[in-house]
Design a protein around this ligand. Structure first.
Ligand SMILES: [Zn+2]
Length: 244
């Protein structure tokens, strides 16, 4: 009794030991033959998070906890050569692609095409860095730009330089700052609380990443050139340490 009933499949049809159904000619019914696809599915591979292994002496000190703030590194004048150092010290850093482009040039073999990406990294509270990367593949260009942006992260002094507000919160720049990059000249003027950022789309996003909430801006030059514009903004924001 048991032998005969067990050998039958769930649909009551007997199957051969290889688990195949009756022979089907042509393409068969759409979706395949029922019962042929009952082998276990290979589980989808989970993306593994990369573990940072420090390579430099400074990186090892940061990883072991000997150095616990970015200010310590900047004050001692050491050079940060690993993006992992910044990631460890500022875990809330966000990165954002600011601009992407294509570079084409003629070579002896024809045209060579590469991609260029500009990425900004900031924690929306006093840190901003900007990096550029180029590669034959877009994804690698963005990766390069991101690690470059992490390496470029510099502190920004936030404050309230507005005479209309006179609070001591960190919502604007402490005073008027100017910066340049290429032909682009940018000026950031402190504004009272609640005003918001008076700036064009991409400049606004960069200032937000830096942690500014209220400011007026003026820009001169070829501002669609994000390469120059992002440099000008970073130059501006670094000036917040120049006085007072
Ligand atoms: Zn204020």
């Amino acid at each position: 009794m048991s032998q005969a009933t067990q050998s039958k499949g769930p649909q009551g049809q007997s199957r051969d030991p290889r688990g195949r159904g009756p022979p089907v000619y042509g393409r068969g019914p759409p979706g395949g033959i029922k019962g042929t696809n009952d082998r276990p599915r290979r589980p989808r591979r989970e993306p593994v998070e990369e573990v940072w292994i420090p390579k430099t002496v400074l990186g090892k000190k940061v990883a072991s906890g000997e150095i616990s703030s970015l200010e310590e590194i900047i004050e001692s004048g050491l050079r940060i050569q690993e993006a992992g150092i910044i990631k460890k010290l500022l875990p809330d850093l966000k990165s954002e692609v600011v601009d992407v482009g294509i570079i084409q040039k003629m070579t002896a073999n024809g045209q060579s095409t590469r991609f260029r990406a500009i990425v900004a990294a900031g924690n929306e509270n006093g840190y901003l860095g900007i990096g550029q990367g180029k590669s034959k593949q877009m994804r690698i260009a963005i990766e390069k730009a991101t690690s470059q942006a992490f390496l470029n992260v510099s502190p920004i002094k936030l404050g309230c330089g507005s005479w209309e507000c006179r609070c001591d919160q960190k919502h604007s720049v402490p005073f008027k700052v100017r910066g340049k990059g290429g032909s682009v000249r940018i000026e950031i003027i402190p504004a009272p609380r609640g005003l918001g950022l008076v700036a064009g789309g991409k400049i606004k996003r960069l200032l937000e990443l830096a942690g500014l909430k209220d400011a007026w801006t003026t820009a001169k030059g070829s501002t669609p050139t994000m390469n120059s514009t992002s440099k000008a903004i970073l130059d501006c924001l670094r000036q917040t340490f120049s006085q007072g």
